[in-house]
Every structure is written in C-alpha cells, then in structure tokens.
Design a protein around this ligand. Structure first.
Ligand SMILES: [Mg+2]
Length: 297
C-alpha cells in the first residue's frame, strides 16, 4: 500500500510592515537632510527659539521623544500640527524621488499583506509614495494622523489621546509643567549629565519608537507581530519592534540588531527569498503504513 501524505506548512510571515522615509528610498535622495533643515527653520521662525540652542535642542528632543515635534510639544511649545507638517514637508525636494519600477515589481509580486507605518503626516506619505510610483502597492498607511487622531488642529485635545499612551498615564502627566513655561531640557540634561534622561515631561504625541505607538499601529491594522516582518532604517525603531515581537529588516550590515539586513530594498529577493515561497507543500511518502483514514482506495 502506497500513498502520499501532504502537509501544508504556513509561510512564516503574512504581513510586511514598511517604514517609508529612508527605507523605501535611499538617504542619498536628500529628503532627510531637508527635513532636518526645515525643522530647524520652523523652530527659529515660528517658535522663536534662539538659533544657538537649536543643535543641542534638536538632538535632545529627537533622542528623548522619537521626533523633534513630539519633544517640542512635551517641553511646552504649542503649535498647529498641520502647519508644522506643511512647513517641514512642503518644501522638500520631492523631485529627487523617481518612480522605482524595480521596487514596484518586487512589492507587487509579494503575496503578503503590505502596510506603511510612518511617523510622517498623511500628505507627505501619499506624495512620497506617489513620486516613487508605489501608491497602489500597499493595503494601507499608518501615519501621524492615524496615531494622533484628536490632535489635528490644536493641543487642546490631549485628554482624548492620552489613553493611547497606556500604563497609568493620566491627564495629570501632561501637565507636570506649565503650558506657559518652556521646560529647559538642555539645562535638565546637563545637570543629570545624560543625553537620554529620566524625569522629563511627557509628550501627548504618539510616534515610533515608543512601544505603545507600535502596538497601537499593529492593533489598528489588525497585524499579528509574530507573523510580521518590519522594515526600518532606524535602529531604535528596530529595537522597539523586536521588543514587541516583530521580526525586523534593517537597512545596513553595520549593526547586527535586526533579523535581516539589506544594503538596499532592491536586494529583497536575494536576501529573503522565502518571502516568495507560497504555501509550502511538504510531501511525505509512506509505504505500507496502515493509516486507514488517510488512504485513498
Ligand atoms: Mg525611516
């Protein structure tokens, strides 16, 4: 008696979660450098911050809060989020982003769900994807507005949004400083002699690399971290992703933190060919094994 027994193995991943900036296009496009310049200009022109303080301030805010914007809100600056995003992204050299037909083909040939997860705003995400010719390659976009839905216009909606931060955050935690007084983070960190410091005011903004932000994004998009591969250029975002159970793809070989590393997203097929394997049929041949229920007479 001979028969074949076929066992279906599920592919390891059913969802691919992609960061956008500097992940789906190279750093050499110059967008990241322009974003940094625009943020600094915004801080000087719109918030009246002294130019000499900008480098230290940007560094501390970015390191402690994930984005400069989140840090500015935390230390007491109040501004319109749409205006900030439009100032920072509105003047970017989008012409440097060209349609990427190689990446497009790769993405369209992958059988998994594909979702964008960016700290940037919706307008920037859609514009960048469109310039890259990738606007129809993804099931959805998780962006600033997705994670901060009540903050569209002003800071007065903090109360609704704070709950997303979880872990005993209360409304009081965002008002440990007076809104009229700017928290001196440079002075605070020089006293504690640390770049990343404890005892800082909380930000109402939800963004990577906060683990609660990533968890919130996964919940919104109905993503199981155990079956998802997360593509990121930022080391700390990769570290946070790993802590909540995502497998990760970093962009460089320099630091062996991620599960996979790519020099360029274009090398995806060579680096992770198993992504293209459809349901694997593991064929097992039996001879003369009397498993009646499996025998086809
Ligand atoms: Mg990035």
């Amino acid at each position: 008696m001979e028969y074949e027994y076929r066992q279906i193995q599920r592919p390891k991943y059913d969802c691919l979660l992609f960061d956008l900036d500097d992940t789906l296009y190279p750093l050499s496009s110059g967008l990241a450098a322009a974003v940094l310049r625009n943020i600094q200009d915004y801080m000087i022109e719109k918030l009246g911050i002294e130019e000499s303080k900008i480098p230290d301030l940007c560094n501390l805010l970015y390191k402690n809060y994930g984005t400069t914007m989140a840090g500015l809100r935390a230390i007491g600056y109040d501004f319109d989020y749409d205006e900030y995003h439009s100032f920072v992204h509105g003047r970017l050299p989008y012409e440097n982003l060209k349609p990427d037909s190689v990446l497009r083909s790769l993405l369209l040939s992958l059988p998994q769900r594909k979702v964008i997860f960016t700290n940037a705003d919706k307008i920037h995400a859609i514009k960048a994807l469109s310039k890259l010719g990738l606007e129809d390659c993804f099931e959805g976009i998780i962006c600033f507005e997705t994670l901060n839905p009540t903050h569209k216009h002003a800071a007065s909606d903090d109360e609704d949004e704070i709950e997303f931060l979880g872990t005993n955050q209360s409304n009081g935690s965002s008002s440990t400083y007076s809104p009229r007084k700017i928290f001196d983070i440079i002075g605070h960190c020089s006293q504690t002699n640390a770049v990343v410091s404890s005892g800082l005011p909380k930000t109402p903004i939800v963004c990577k690399p906060s683990e609660s932000a990533i968890e919130r994004a996964l919940k919104i998009a109905n993503i199981d971290p155990a079956r998802t591969l997360f593509f990121e250029d930022s080391l700390r975002n990769i570290q946070s992703g790993k802590r909540i159970g995502l497998d990760t793809v970093g962009k460089s070989q320099r630091v062996k933190v991620s599960d996979y590393a790519l020099e360029s997203i274009h090398n995806l097929r060579e680096a992770i060919p198993e992504l293209w394997e459809a349901e694997k049929l593991a064929e097992v041949n039996y001879s003369g094994v009397p498993l009646e229920a499996s025998v086809i007479a």
